[in-house]
Design a protein around this ligand. Structure first.
Ligand SMILES: [Zn+2]
Length: 454
């Protein structure tokens, strides 16, 4: 009798205790679709002499001593895949498949401890393990169930010998690959990245990464080159499962090369660093709104509505109504509300004597109430045209010790720098990424003429 590791449990979760009808009607045929619920034999009480390896299903759960594991499905059990249809609860899916109502409720109650069952996706597959033989057309007793929680996690339940269910949650096995993308700016970093085959989610991350240090409208020009490496996950059959993180992003612009490597600086903490190990993160984002363009800079100008010349003490970012506005830095919301010509307005206090202000919002995000702490990059509201405004835009201001300054001219201290052991590890990681990129560059030359991206 040897312990079975959680990940080695594999697909089969089965109560080895025999069911009364197990021997009688066991056939190889799988029960078909739905049908009226049929009586299901109650699970037999376990015999005291049960000899089976004990499976630990979840590393964070205490070892369910009475849970048993049978490698392979055995003759007395079948797997059956059901699909969630529109408006169906898990209980409805189970009872519709002939599972005893008591079992369906017990299973759902236990599964709810690892997954929000109110958010089941239509078309999602639920895989049942049914134990015990049964007459054709009847369901066996439910001994296990598993389903995808998200691309990376599987959840399920297994039945214990006393008839109750025990939930588990585990990593799904996915194949991870690094996808390189290269391109040249023709319209915008975002659009050209997508054009080269990067998913929108990745390009938004890249945009945010560079928005620490660049104003992406002013500092990027046609002909600038970019290079990305991001993770992609595939199912065992090769089907796309999910995109992962941006592992590397570089931009060659105005004679300089900006590069960022994703690196685990401390266990569980991933941050971006340049090639020398200096952190990408700044105290304030240069661009606090997604994919915007500057429509009015800081300085004296003729006011578009009032008509006379006056100082514009902020930067205007033109963007469609509803575009998310992000907190430029970690801080505390010190005011939120209507402020005359500014319309809906938010002001945040940051460390080091900085404050930032955001005006003309169409609406606020829930988490940006006065007194709340916000994280850098967190959505605090949405672009609008409230107050005295000619069209949807974000009016953005930065204060240092109460004085307004030009947000585009800020010389902000850069993030932390890696030192010692962390820097050593970073260099190894950086060199490995560089090798991967060089390898992919060679690969691309070799099949020049094809348009394959990966
Ligand atoms: Zn303005």
């Amino acid at each position: 009798m040897r312990p079975v590791h959680a990940l080695a449990v594999g697909l089969a979760l089965l109560l080895a205790a025999p069911f009364p009808a197990a021997a009688a009607g066991a056939g190889s045929e799988r029960p078909r679709g739905s049908g009226p619920p049929l009586p299901v034999p109650a699970p037999a009480m376990p015999g005291p002499d049960l000899q089976a390896p004990v499976a630990m299903l979840h590393p964070h759960l205490p070892l369910p001593a009475r849970m048993v594991f049978e490698p392979g499905m055995g003759d007395a059990a079948v797997e059956r895949t059901l699909e969630i249809r529109k408006g169906q609860s898990l209980i409805a899916v189970l009872t519709g498949a002939g599972i005893h109502a008591g079992d369906a409720h017990g299973a759902a109650r236990e599964l709810a401890s690892v997954m929000d069952l109110r958010r089941l996706k239509v078309g999602e597959k639920v895989i049942l393990t049914l134990a015990g033989g049964r007459a054709p057309g009847t369901a066996g007793a439910l001994s296990g169930l598993r389903m995808k929680k998200n691309a990376h996690t599987e959840v399920g339940i297994g039945r214990l010998l006393d008839g109750t269910f025990q939930s588990f949650e585990r990593q799904r096995r996915l194949h991870r690959e690094a996808v390189p993308i290269r391109g040249e700016i023709e319209s915008s970093l975002y659009a050209d990245g997508v054009e080269e085959g990067a998913p929108a989610k990745i390009m938004l991350d890249v945009f945010r990464l560079f928005s620490y240090s660049l104003d992406l409208q002013r500092d990027i020009h046609r002909g600038d080159r970019f290079e990305l490496l991001f993770d992609r996950y595939r199912e065992a059959d090769g089907a796309h499962a999910d995109y992962g993180e941006v592992e590397y992003a570089a931009l060659h612009t105005g004679g300089r090369k900006l590069q960022f490597y994703r690196f685990e600086s401390e266990p569980g903490t991933f941050e971006y660093f340049d090639a020398e190990g200096k952190g990408a993160r700044r105290a304030l984002l240069a661009t606090p709104v997604d994919s915007a363009r500057i429509t009015s800079s800081y300085g004296r100008r003729r006011h578009p509505i009032l008509g006379y010349s006056r100082m514009h003490r902020g930067v205007d970012f033109g963007a469609p109504t509803g575009t998310p506005i992000r907190a430029a830095g970690d801080g505390t919301v010190v005011s939120r509300g209507w402020k005359g010509a500014f319309g809906r307005y938010i002001r945040i206090r940051h460390r080091g004597g900085y404050q930032t202000a955001y005006a003309h919002l169409s609406r606020y995000a829930k988490a940006s109430k006065r007194g709340r702490r916000v994280k850098q990059g967190q959505i605090i509201g949405y672009v609008g045209s409230s107050g005295l405004s000619t069209g949807p835009h974000l009016h953005y201001e930065v204060f240092i010790n109460g004085r307004q300054v030009n947000p585009m001219k800020l010389k902000l201290p850069s993030g932390k720098s890696l030192k010692g052991e962390a820097l050593e590890r970073f260099r190894l990681h950086r060199d490995e990424i560089d090798r991967k990129l060089r390898g992919s560059a060679v690969g691309r030359q070799a099949d020049a003429g094809t348009s394959a991206v990966n």
